[in-house]
Ligand binder design. Structure first.
Ligand SMILES: [Zn+2]
Length: 277
């Protein structure tokens, strides 16, 4: 019904409900009716037929975790914020260093020494004050992963090491939360979307430890890969388009080529093998 009342109706009902909820003390829950400012802010994407006001309201209700505020996280977070994802949680334990600035585009010279989540969080909030940005300055471990992502509907992999990716992959499968994998090195990157129990997971593809420590990378690579991950998240939340499931998209920036290969579920996978299709 609200949909048919027009902008004024939305505005009145939206603020009335927000006020009521505030009075009731349920501050965390935000009404997903768009305000006039939000209608204007998102007007160009509301014009996209598949999104419309309903889709935009869906994004406003969405809750997404970004695991990592490095190169990938700094590319993913602003796009999800700009698109109007209602709640974004950014997790990273690290502090900004000079050598991060070639690629971690939310961290600037003045941020050196600050917590990455503080630096990234403040930029994203300034980009879009309409959304809620939560920051957690912790390392992701087997012990805390589950509680860090509890109550969220998408986990974006913006890590820089395989061991933490495994923790997130297992956690996503156990909690049945879609997992959006991305990785970069040099001029190359890869992306895959994982729907627990339905599509191949990261562990179906990789076994054993990956290389740890510093690796070469130029900033444009996480810019490309992070944008694709953010696109996947938006498509998933809105329920349209073709997700990067059962296939890994590979990007070679030097050759300027995208290729993809099929990834099948491994029935012996120690993370997802016991889940039914
Ligand atoms: Zn698996």
């Amino acid at each position: 019904m609200i949909k048919h009342l027009g902008i004024i109706g939305d505005w009145v009902i939206g603020y009335y409900l927000e006020f009521g909820i505030w009075v009731l003390g349920i501050g965390r829950w935000r009404v997903a009716v768009l305000t006039p400012d939000e209608r204007e802010r998102y007007s160009r994407q509301i014009m996209i037929e598949e999104i419309g006001s309903e889709g935009q309201e869906r994004l406003k209700r969405s809750r997404v975790v970004i695991a990592g505020a490095g190169g990938l996280g700094c590319s993913i977070a602003p796009w999800l914020a700009a698109a109007g994802i209602g709640t974004i949680r950014i997790i990273d334990h690290d502090e900004v260093e000079l050598s991060n600035l070639n690629r971690q585009i939310l961290h600037w010279q003045e941020d050196i020494g600050k917590k990455k989540v503080d630096s990234a969080g403040s930029k994203v909030r300034r980009l879009n004050p309409e959304i809620r940005v939560e920051t957690i300055a912790e390392s992701i471990t087997e012990k805390n992963a589950s509680s860090l992502v509890h109550g969220y509907e998408a986990i974006v992999d913006a890590m820089d090491n395989l061991s933490t990716r495994y923790i997130l992959n297992r956690c996503a499968i156990e909690k049945n939360i879609p997992f959006f994998h991305g990785a970069v090195q040099g001029f190359e990157g890869r992306v895959m979307t994982i729907l627990p129990g339905k599509t191949a997971c990261l562990r179906c593809l990789y076994r054993g430890p990956g290389p740890e420590g510093k690796f070469p990378v130029i900033g444009v690579t996480p810019a490309v890969i992070g944008s694709i991950q953010a696109t996947e998240v938006i498509k998933y939340l809105l329920g349209f388009g073709q997700l990067l499931t059962h296939r890994m998209l590979m990007y070679d920036g030097l050759e300027a080529i995208f290729t993809e290969f099929a990834v099948n579920r491994n029935p012996d996978c120690d993370h997802c093998g016991t889940l039914a299709d």
